[in-house]
Design a protein around this ligand. Structure first.
Ligand SMILES: Nc1nc2c(c(=O)[nH]1)N[C@H]1C(S)=C(S)[C@@H](COP(=O)(O)O)O[C@H]1N2
Ligand SMILES: [Mo]
Length: 452
């Protein structure tokens, strides 16, 4: 359990990172009572069973820290640790609680298939590779790159099979992009207020990806770039992950056949040794363990686009091929499960992104959307990439509802839940980009709420 002495938390107590030590946050704020929410609340409560009681809020006595500076601890005098030879660096043991986590609220069959990134513990925009969220339809593999092949076939002059060596000797590009699962924030459609931002928004990550523009490989195979209007991307895992990619996205050179992530090879969980990077498009199209690209003249209608990743609309029809992740943002500090220890200054901070380009601005409200102030954006603001925003706030100790609302360079404004539901109804799973509300209660506890 975290304590107020945690060096990183300052005047903020960090949210419990795991439901297993969740203590008081198992009881989820309920604006509207629905059977489904109660059911999920039960699931979260069960996961928290046996948890210790939350640590009582304790404020540091004034000047308590000052005597400590006069003491010379062991590490100022003794000999430090030797270099770890031939090792791979690890985070401090004091950060051991910062982990990707599985949600007990999601159904698990044989094995868990989703892990969420701890957005509440991250700074800036880059997700460390070991904390990148994961979504596997049929488990992950550590594939031998010397055995891996990529085929390019279909409407091409010369079908080609590339080895990893052949791909890696071609000119490469490195670019920062976010990846968001289309199901991110999916539980909130049904008014299920999951307790922390890790579970509400943690199927989101951002990396510097390195790879070869897909267009280069298509040109090498002599692809028919005029009549070949669609591509099929296929993965090498047992899920037979197949997705249609419109050629219009590929022509600009933006789509990468990537092998690099944050300066090193992809992690096995993220598709080692090769994955498709489709900037702005929902995660499912970023096919991992990429083994085949077929050029065709019409959408393929694969299982992962006609059955899954469709949006049930209010009139009962299914909306298909909604690929682009619309403009969205979320405040990560303060966020659900955290505790403000006293009134006074806070730096509200969060993330904004858009699948259609750059973030133009982010507005922040502390009164549930009645008044908005413009936030600072941390530059550089990049295309189809996370953007970090922040704004100063003096908390007066009264209940406050903290929200962020992003606008992208097309002028599109992130909708409220009411606006989103007017168009989409409430039976969707995917593509929820509504404004998130965090209620700061008088006792400083922060809870996930939805405004009616
Ligand atoms: N081959 C393959 N590719 C895949 C998947 C998969 O299960 N198999 N999952 C997809 C889904 S639904 C998402 S959201 C992203 C997740 O990427 P990550 O695990 O690197 O976060 O990969 C996509 N690509
Ligand atoms: Mo996904």
């Amino acid at each position: 359990m975290d304590t107020p002495q945690d060096p990183r938390s300052g005047r903020l107590r960090k949210a419990p990172e795991s439901f297993l030590d969740a203590g008081g946050i198992a009881t989820v704020m309920q604006q509207a009572r629905s059977g489904r929410r109660d059911f999920l609340r039960g699931a979260f409560a069960a996961a928290a069973a046996g948890a210790t009681a939350p640590v009582a809020l304790a404020q540091k006595a004034v000047g308590e820290g000052e005597a400590a500076i006069l003491e010379l601890p062991e590490h100022t005098r003794g000999l430090g640790q030797p270099v770890v030879t031939d090792g791979y660096g690890k985070p401090s043991k004091y950060e051991a609680n910062v982990q990707r986590r599985q949600s007990p609220g999601l159904t698990q069959t044989r094995q868990a298939s989703v892990s969420f990134a701890p957005l509440q513990s991250l700074f800036g925009i880059v997700t460390p590779s070991g904390l990148h969220f994961e979504r596997h339809h049929q488990g992950w593999w550590d594939i031998d790159p010397s055995q891996h092949r990529l085929m390019v076939n279909g409407m091409v002059k010369t079908p080609k099979v590339f080895t990893m060596d052949e791909i890696m000797r071609l000119p490469s590009q490195s670019r920062f992009h976010f990846i968001e699962c289309g199901a991110n924030t999916g539980m909130e459609w049904g008014n299920v207020a999951v307790p922390t931002v890790q579970y509400s928004h943690g199927m989101l990550s951002c990396s510097e990806f390195t790879g070869v523009p897909l267009i280069t490989l298509l040109e090498m195979a002599g692809a028919d770039l005029k009549n070949g209007k669609f591509l099929l991307a296929e993965g090498a895992d047992g899920s037979s992950m197949t997705r249609t990619i419109p050629m219009s996205l590929v022509r600009s050179g933006e789509v990468l056949v990537a092998y690099g992530q944050n300066g090193e090879m992809l992690r096995p969980e993220n598709g080692y040794p090769l994955r498709l990077v489709v900037p702005g498009v929902q995660g499912v199209s970023w096919v991992k363990y990429l083994r085949r690209i077929e050029v065709g003249d019409q959408p393929y209608g694969s299982k992962d686009e006609v059955l899954h990743y469709v949006d049930l609309m209010p009139d009962g029809t299914h909306r298909q091929y909604t690929s682009i992740q619309e403009c969205k943002s979320v405040v990560t500090t303060p966020s659900g499960g955290q505790v403000l220890l006293d009134k006074g200054f806070y730096s509200i901070s969060g993330l904004a992104w858009s699948g259609r380009g750059k973030i133009r601005h982010v507005d922040v409200s502390v009164d549930g959307g009645r008044n908005w102030r413009r936030a600072r954006l941390q530059g550089p603001v990049m295309d189809k990439c996370l953007t970090r925003f922040s704004i100063d706030w003096a908390w007066d100790g009264k209940p406050a509802i903290v929200q962020s609302r992003a606008t992208d360079e097309t002028g599109y404004v992130q909708p409220t839940y009411r606006q989103l539901r007017e168009v989409r109804g409430s039976r969707s799973i995917y593509h929820n980009n509504a404004i998130q509300s965090w209620l700061v209660q008088e006792n400083g506890e922060v809870r996930n709420v939805q405004l009616a």
